[in-house]
Design a protein around this ligand. Structure first.
Ligand SMILES: Nc1ncnc2c1ncn2[C@@H]1O[C@H](COP(=O)(O)OP(=O)(O)OP(=O)(O)O)[C@@H](O)[C@H]1O
Ligand SMILES: O=P(O)(O)OC[C@H]1O[C@H](OP(=O)(O)OP(=O)(O)O)[C@H](O)[C@@H]1O
Ligand SMILES: [Mg+2]
Length: 280
């Protein structure tokens, strides 16, 4: 059995389980802490994302889904094998609005954070000596309560910072998203590689869409230039010899621009559909 750790709570839990379901693995029932997927010979363990790098780094579990920021902060011996495209955030310093903060201004001050190792390492890189105050959450409140002079925390939309009259400063300490990790320095087993390939298929599928359209034969060259596909687009004859059907994968982010261009070029019946999974 392959033993895989999955976040059981927080921002990463639902999208991680959803992605494993899309990749064909058995879904979690209620709040079960383990799920045995006999068909795929995988056992899933639902753990706090913060603890996951520790289990994987010690070799108790073979693979884990966690946040890049959490993996780095844990100091565990893990390496990232796949970025999963959800749970995106930046990890940043922030201080009271009104001052033009720089990381150097943290010297001799107190910085509150839930990611003390990540912050210590970054302060060291900046050559700044500051006191790191470790808190478990709601870090934004610590400044107004007088526990810290500045913070370092996860920023997604920036709403929490604004609500507490804090402004981010300095370059992001970490640009994070959910990642798949394995123990450092080991070669992936066949089963590990298979799960990774399945997830890669889902990640990739989410970044692309399938476009189908009808195109006058004389405009085909132009249409192919607009939708070159991965290898090259599929072109099939239609009953009307003056027309062909074209099928190509296109980046999801560009799908509307591409559909506009095809329509302007003379394509008709342009359909965009989701791809659930793929192997390239
Ligand atoms: N809006 C967000 N808030 C917190 N973490 C986020 C957010 N967006 C993405 N993440 C990522 O989720 C991971 C943190 O998940 P974790 O479960 O530890 O905290 P949480 O989502 O805040 O849950 P909790 O309610 O337990 O505090 C980190 O990798 C972080 O970068
Ligand atoms: O930039 P934003 O979109 O506001 O998101 C970031 C905030 O969300 C998270 O807090 P959460 O609500 O999980 O509470 P916590 O601090 O107790 O973990 C995170 O710790 C930040 O505080
Ligand atoms: Mg939180």
């Amino acid at each position: 059995m392959l033993r895989v750790a999955v976040p059981n709570k927080g921002a990463l839990a639902e999208p991680a389980s959803e992605m494993l379901g899309e990749a064909g693995y058995r879904r979690r029932h209620d709040r079960d802490l383990t799920v045995l997927d006999h068909a795929n010979e995988v056992e899933f363990f639902f753990l706090r994302p913060k603890d996951i790098p520790i289990y994987v780094g010690n070799g108790e579990l073979d693979l884990g889904i966690t946040g890049r920021d959490l993996a780095i902060d844990s100091g565990a011996d893990v390496e990232e094998t796949l970025a999963l495209g959800f749970g995106a955030s930046t990890f940043r310093y922030a201080g009271p609005a009104g001052a033009d903060w720089k990381p150097a201004d943290l010297a001799g001050r107190r910085v509150a954070t839930s990611f003390p190792n990540l912050v210590r390492e970054d302060l060291r890189k900046h050559g700044v000596e500051a006191r790191v105050i470790r808190l478990d959450g709601a870090v934004e409140i610590s400044v107004q309560l007088g526990v810290a002079d500045a913070i370092a925390d996860v920023v997604e939309t920036g709403r929490s910072l604004r609500q507490h009259n804090l402004v981010p400063f300095g370059d992001p300490i970490c640009v994070s998203e959910a990642v798949l990790v394995q123990r450092g320095g080991i070669e992936a087993s066949k089963r590990q590689s298979q799960l990774t390939a399945r997830l890669r298929g889902v990640v990739f599928a989410q970044q692309y869409m399938m476009l189908d359209y009808d195109c006058p034969r004389e405009l085909l060259e132009r249409a192919i230039a607009i939708t070159p596909g991965l290898e090259s687009p599929t072109v099939a004859p239609l009953a009307d010899e003056d027309w062909v059907a074209v099928r190509a994968m296109v980046p999801r982010k560009e799908v509307n621009r591409i559909m506009d261009e095809l329509a302007d070029a003379g394509a008709k019946a342009i359909l965009a559909s989701d791809i659930r999974s793929c192997r390239l």
